[in-house]
Structures are given as structure tokens and as C-alpha cells.
Design a protein around this ligand. Structure first.
Ligand code: NAP
Length: 270
């Protein structure tokens, strides 16, 4: 019998590779997407051996329009697509007006255009088939702002708003297709190495493992939860920023560990 297929972007590392391991263990065939083909091929071989599933590596830079279109066409043509995890992403540091514009445009293409494009390709056929799910990886940062992280927070806020909009669309159509915005806080992965943020600048008690983050997401999926915020501390942060008055929120946002990690003490670009 044909197995259901899960497509995961950003599967070559961190949270995406943990999704790949856990979905493989659940019996999904996998389509793994990221730029580093060697990493994807290695993971594919490992998962095929361990779980008797089929795993395809799709090397693509999803911040490049032609490549996101190529992957979108691949997803639209896949009748077994049961789960799409839009997870690929990266961080940046430095004040908006001092940080390179190219990097920020690239972030907007990856965090917004690629998610929009891949979701559009996957969701119509899922609704027609009357089954399927999409997990969009946002962040706790999508609920708040932080100096030195303007584009990151803004694009993740878009992911939250986009996913909530999809939820309402699907509800109004009485579709059983599920959407989830996964909003992790600080998570051990390659993310902070890529940005060049020293993890020790952020208190240890804030950190979670990618394993726990993905477990929370998959448990939330079973319960059809729209927003999944893993860990009680992250839940508390989100509850606070959603409830406190704007002036107090701005004070807390200025003092967040995020901003301390992302900005030099003086006004020069870091
Ligand atoms: N770690 C955290 O603290 C944290 C917190 C909240 C939210 N998140 C979110 O979680 C998601 C996963 O991040 P992570 O923590 O697992 O980081 P990670 O370990 O750095 O993994 C990022 C993944 O995204 C892929 N990627 C990056 N740019 C890409 C591009 N242009 N095209 C295709 N793939 C690309 C990378 O693969 P290649 O380099 O091979 O392309 C890698 O597989 C991101 O959306 C991130 O914003 C992370």
C-alpha cells in the first residue's frame, strides 16, 4: 500500500531533521528539502535503512524564486502529500538600517514567499482530497518585537497571521485539513551558529531541545491545535506579551535576552 508522504523544508539540520526522524518512525515516506544535498542524502539513506520508507532528497534554495517554483510544482503533482512542514529559516542580527539589505530580502523570500508558494501548491489538492496538514514554523519572536531582529520578528509575525488566516479559510469551508503555527523559543540547533550568536549570551533556562519542540508540534497536530508554543516558559512569554499594555511590552522587548544577543553595546554594526 502507498504510504502517506511528508515534505519537510530545512530538513538538513535542527528542527527539520528531527521532524524527518520522527515522521519516518511514524511510517511516512519523505521529501527532504534544503540547500545542502550531501546532508539530505546522508539523512535519506539513514532513514530508509532504519524505517523501510522511501526518502527523496530535493536540493533547493527556497529563497530563489525559480527554485521555490520548482519545489511547489513537485508538491502540487504529488497525490500522496499528507503533511507539509514549512520549516526552513534563518536568523540575522544587527539594527535594520545597519544590516545588509540583501540578507533581509532573502529572509523575506524564504520566510514569506516560499511558505506562501509551497502552501498554495499543497493546500488546494489537500482540500480536494479531504485530508492533510501543514505545519508552518514561526517563533515566539512572531508575537513580540526585538531590537536587532526587526525582519526576523516581522516575518515570523506574518507566518502566525498567515496560518491563522488559513485556519479560518479551512473552517469556513468545513475542511478537515489541519494547519498549525509552531512557535518555538530558543532551541538547540544550528540556528545560532549560522547567525553568529553565542548561546551563552542567553540564559540556559530559556533553551529547549529540538526533540521536545517537535514532540509538542506533533502532539498539537493530533489535537488539531492552531498555535503550538512548546514549553511553559515560552507559553508564559506569549501570554504576557499578548496581555500587557503597549508601554510595558516595549520596555520588556528592549530588555529581552534576544536583543542583548543581537546588538553590540555601542551603536556600531556588529
Ligand atoms: N533555533 C531556534 O532557537 C528557533 C526558535 C524559533 C524558531 N526557529 C525556527 O525554526 C526553523 C528551523 O530552524 P532551526 O533552529 O532548526 O535552524 P537550523 O538548524 O539552522 O536549520 C535551518 C534549516 O533551514 C535550511 N535553510 C536555510 N536557508 C535555506 C534556504 N535558503 N533554502 C532552503 N533551506 C534553507 C537549512 O538547510 P541548508 O543550510 O542545507 O539549506 C537547515 O536545514 C526556522 O524557521 C527558525 O526560524 C528556530
Amino acid at each position: 500500500m502507498n504510504k502517506p508522504l511528508a515534505a519537510i523544508s530545512g530538513a538538513s539540520a535542527g528542527i527539520g531533521s528531527v521532524f524527518a526522524h520522527k515522521l519516518a518512525a511514524q511510517g511516512y515516506d519523505l521529501l527532504l528539502i534544503a540547500r545542502r544535498r550531501d546532508r539530505l542524502d546522508q539523512l535519506a539513506a539513514e532513514l530508509e535503512r532504519a524505517h523501510r520508507i522511501q526518502v527523496e532528497s530535493c536540493a533547493a534554495d527556497l529563497s530563489v524564486v525559480e527554485e521555490m517554483d520548482r519545489i511547489a510544482a513537485r508538491l502540487a503533482a504529488e497525490p500522496r502529500l499528507d503533511l507539509l512542514v514549512n520549516n526552513a529559516g534563518f536568523g540575522a542580527k544587527g539594527r535594520f538600517y545597519e544590516a545588509p539589505l540583501d540578507e533581509q530580502l532573502k529572509m523575506h523570500r524564504l520566510h514569506i514567499s516560499a511558505i506562501l508558494r509551497l502552501t498554495h501548491a499543497a493546500l488546494g489538492p489537500m482540500v480536494t482530497r479531504g485530508r492533510g496538514a501543514i505545519i508552518n514554523v514561526a517563533s515566539v519572536a512572531g508575537f513580540a518585537r526585538s531590537p536587532g531582529s526587526v525582519s526576523y520578528c516581522a516575518t515570523k509575525a506574518w507566518v502566525n497571521a498567515f496560518t491563522e488566516g488559513l485556519y479560518l479559510d479551512l473552517k469556513s469551508a468545513r475542511s478537515p485539513v489541519v494547519v498549525q503555527a509552531l512557535c518555538p523559543g530558543f532551541t538547540y540547533s544550528e540556528f545560532h551558529d549560522v547567525v553568529g550568536i553565542d548561546r551563552s549570551s542567553i540564559p540556559k533556562s530559556f533553551w529547549m531541545s529540538a526533540d521536545d519542540v517537535v514532540d509538542a508540534s506533533l502532539a498539537g497536530l493530533r489535537r488539531r491545535k492552531l498555535f503550538v508554543v512548546p514549553g511553559w516558559k515560552n507559553k508564559l512569554v506569549v501570554a504576557l506579551v499578548n496581555r500587557i499594555p503597549e508601554r510595558l511590552r516595549l520596555v520588556l522587548e528592549s530588555a529581552s535576552p534576544h536583543s542583548r544577543a543581537r546588538l553590540p553595546k555601542q551603536g556600531n554594526p556588529g
